[in-house]
Design a protein around this ligand. Structure first.
Ligand code: ADQ
Length: 461
């Protein structure tokens, strides 16, 4: 079997891949271990030019080499904070209003992609297959191709692909799509993302796209497909059950004093619909006085990208909203929203999911949303909680047993919370079973193996 080379903006450390990190790191590491290979990308450190220009730092773990590089401040600002997170992220999440375009940042984005590609070339072998992840690295294959690299290269987009009318807001949209066409396989989370890409190819790039995903454009042919990212549900169930008896979880239970628990866990990001969620919970308390004092929303939201201005604003808005709602409905011994800006160990999150009666996952737009899937997998099959899920999360296509909401509809979401809290056991079990069938069908291993089979299989053709 040819070696696998994974390229992602951030590389999980060897310790993280041993289980404390999210499932994704564990899933990708599993594939690397099977075939042997390299995981290449940014270390997460901002370093001096001199340090950055040294070769990648190599750490070995069995057949897997972790190869990381630091980024100089200017590159971090232009490639990561700038074009990736102040332009691509908002537009791909349909938030043109928050996008900031700067030509220099875009040039920096391309320059860093080319620089990273050249660092990787020294580690490549002729029959390696290369799997590139996410929006930070769209031009990566193009840079490798211009250096004469002929290996099979695949790309997986973890976030939504916007419809063409939205994408056109990015001034260099054509260059970006042309760069994507330098891959051999391009994978999306959902069918609607793939169709949006096909639409652009046909309407704006004078290319062709067949329904089975064969694309011809910009003088290249490639395959597109949908690979739904998932979780390992049995592992999560086990973690959740084991954690139940641990002290932190017992303490939380005790502090609830018999109140029902609604759980929400997200990175602190404007795409996650947190303000709308808080308002829906407020509306629910307003309309259901019998629940005041009897239900607590725990919102866990660790800050991310704190040096991007829009992220500072969302943080302020949320603090204001949480304070306002708590001011309105708290009692001497009751706080309706517990809002926590921290990261937690995975087992703790899974156990909290298991303790709760409702999982409230209401992004305004999300590529997939793994929290929704983790929530289901963590439930006690004999007494499962209810997932209230945004129709705009990629996970909504599969989690058909969830109560679906439009997160912009504050009243609708508040009604769904009320229904979820009152739902009889038989209906909860039925919805849980429906979701579990889907979770097992498309677990994380299936996502990874299907993608790699397409990348490798095409290589045989
Ligand atoms: P994210 O936007 O980060 O991922 P999500 O899919 O929900 O969103 O994954 C977040 C992960 O981080 C989950 O595994 C969650 O448990 C974990 N996490 C969140 N808050 C945490 C906390 N406080 N402490 C510890 N862990 C925490 C992007 C896309 C998604 C897509 C994924 C994977 O935006 O749409 O589903 O990639 O493709």
């Amino acid at each position: 079997m040819s070696r696998l080379v994974v390229v992602s903006n951030r590389v999980a450390t060897p310790t993280e891949t041993k289980g404390s990190a999210g499932g994704l790191a564990v899933g990708v590491f599993g594939a690397l271990k099977d075939s042997g290979g390299v995981w290449f990308g940014w270390s997460g450190d901002v370093v001096s030019e001199t340090v950055a220009n040294q070769g990648p730092k190599l750490e070995r773990d069995g057949a897997v080499t972790f190869a990381t590089v630091g980024l100089p401040k200017k590159d971090y600002d232009q490639y990561y904070r700038g074009f990736s997170n102040a332009m691509l992220w908002p537009v791909f999440h349909y938030r043109n209003d928050l996008a900031v375009y700067d030509r220099d940042e875009y040039a920096g984005y391309r320059r860093v992609n080319a620089w990273l590609a050249h660092k990787l070339i020294k580690l490549l072998e002729p029959d390696d297959i290369i799997w590139v992840h996410d929006y930070h690295l769209i031009p990566f294959a193009e840079a490798l191709r211009s250096a004469g690299i002929k290996n099979r290269i695949g790309f997986f987009l973890h976030i939504p692909f916007p419809s063409p009318q939205i994408l056109l807001n990015i001034p260099p949209h054509e260059e970006l799509v042309k760069s994507l066409c330098c891959y051999d396989v391009v994978g999306f989370q959902t069918e609607r993302d793939r169709i949006a890409f096909h639409d652009y190819i046909v309407r704006h790039a004078h290319g062709t796209a067949t329904p089975d995903g064969h694309i011809e454009a910009f003088g290249r042919t490639l395959k597109t497909s949908v690979y739904r990212i998932g979780v390992f549900p049995d592992e999560i169930a086990e973690q959740a059950e084991r954690g139940e008896a641990r002290q932190d979880v017992m303490d939380l239970k005790q502090s609830l004093e018999g109140r029902k628990l609604i759980m929400s866990v997200d990175r602190l990001d404007y795409s996650k619909g947190l303000v709308e969620r808080f308002r829906a919970f407020e509306h629910f308390l307003e309309k259901s006085p019998e629940w005041r004092g009897n239900v607590t929303l725990v919102q866990i939201a660790p800050p991310t990208r704190a040096d991007v201005e829009t992220y500072q604003q969302i943080r302020q808005n949320l603090e204001y909203e949480a304070g306002r709602i708590n001011g309105r409905y708290s009692g001497l011994d009751y706080t309706p929203i517990r809002y926590l800006n921290q990261r937690y160990d995975r087992w703790k999150l899974m156990s909290l999911f298991r303790e709760s009666q409702v999982g409230l996952v209401t992004p305004l737009r999300d590529g997939m949303n793994l929290v929704a899937k983790e929530y289901i997998a963590a439930q006690n099959p004999d007494d499962p909680g209810v997932l209230v899920l945004s129709q705009f999360a990629g996970a909504a296509d599969e989690m058909t047993g969830a109560m679906m909401v439009n997160p912009h509809d504050i009243v609708g979401t508040s009604e769904a919370i009320a229904r979820a809290l009152a739902m009889p056991l038989a209906e909860r079990k039925q919805r849980y079973e429906t979701n579990m069938i889907a979770l097992r069908k498309h677990n994380l291993g299936v996502w990874r193996d299907d993608f790699l089979a397409d990348l490798r299989g095409d290589a045989k053709a």
